[in-house]
Design a protein around this ligand. Sequence first.
Ligand SMILES: CC(C)(COP(=O)(O)OP(=O)(O)OC[C@H]1O[C@@H](n2cnc3c(N)ncnc32)[C@H](O)[C@@H]1OP(=O)(O)O)[C@@H](O)C(=O)NCCC(=O)NCCS
Length: 376
Amino acid sequence: MTESSGLIRGLEGVVAAETQLCDLDGANGRLAYRGYDIADLARQATFEEVVYLLLYGELPKAAQLDALVVGLTAAREIPREMLQVFRMAPKATDPMRVLQASVAILGMSDPDATDNSHGANVRKAIRLTSQFAVAICAHHRVRQGLEPVSALAGLSHAANFLYMLTGERPGPAAVKAFDASLTLYAEHELNASTFTTRAIVSTQSDMHSAVAGGVGALKGPLHGGAGEAVMRTLMEIGEVANVDAFTERSLAAKRRFMGMGHRVYKAGDPRAAILKGMAEEACKQSGQFKWYEMAVKLHARIAKEKGLIPNVDFYSAPLFYSLGIPVDLFTPVIAAGRIAGWGANIVEQHDDNRLIRPRADYVGPKRREFVTRDKR
Ligand SMILES: CC(C)(COP(=O)(O)OP(=O)(O)OC[C@H]1O[C@@H](n2cnc3c(N)ncnc32)[C@H](O)[C@@H]1OP(=O)(O)O)[C@@H](O)C(=O)NCCC(=O)NCCS
């Protein structure tokens, strides 16, 4: 544009959609999915129930939940070409890149691939929720030279994720913590990755194309990649006794503290409070309590020095680590939760679409005469 139009850097505070999915009250640190408080959902609902709630608007009755589980189970068979891609991928490749490729491959064979109707979008969202878990776990097995593990009938989505990852049946405490984590990550209004998915489908593109973009946005360390970065920070610190010296050094170097701060929550992220309790329990259970202690001390120091609050990715790091999840799978695990919200947002966007196309203030050189190559 030729004249300034009130640039809002990072679109902070800009309202770009109406949604019935997520009620995010940043000033009071509250979060609800379709009217249900996040703490109630994390403690009392299963991830499958949350998926249903996001897609259909209500908590499911028993028969409705059964039907959803049938849909999730039926989608677990992933295309054989995908396993070939996993085998061909460089061993050291970031699993988020592989997940992004997986979504693209799944789009090639999905029976509803280019159907953007409400019904097709709901079916695709259910399939992708199931296929994300299978793809992440199968790739992890293959990169270790192991065979993928098939899901077990009768296990929940969360339990099957841990089972397909390790080949071992997880205990009830681990399943509950993992299930609640998926719920806590399931939806969060117009975060960068969800906004990305909405922008993509606003062109009348399809769910798989949008979700592949969402995976790319989530990967960044200012978004979902922060959880992995938190764990790497804790590992760098090493011991509780080193937290103070680390904080001093980091403050002097003006280093960004991962897992701290949030664009919308200023009083506190309600998900972090729930994850803190779960991390404490899981670190106790695993016999690695130092990660929790270190996180608590680091949180207190950064809050005091910078006035920053821990976000969802801060305490999920020691939690995931204690559950035995490899550090480079933290972001794929977050994606395995957030796919529920991406799917529901894509349904909403397609149901009431207008092309998302903001403007930019032009700040480059004024119009000038073209210079031929011999005169430059
Ligand atoms: C999430 C985040 C990107 C939101 O920040 P934002 O609203 O865009 O705010 P900005 O990045 O513009 O930062 C505003 C100020 O706070 C500081 N700040 C914000 N988060 C910070 C952090 N984690 N560590 C150190 N300083 C931080 C910035 O340095 C900046 O200070 P300045 O004004 O003196 O330059 C930011 O808090 C962050 O980078 N956190 C770490 C990454 C993370 O955990 N991401 C997951 C989010 S769920």
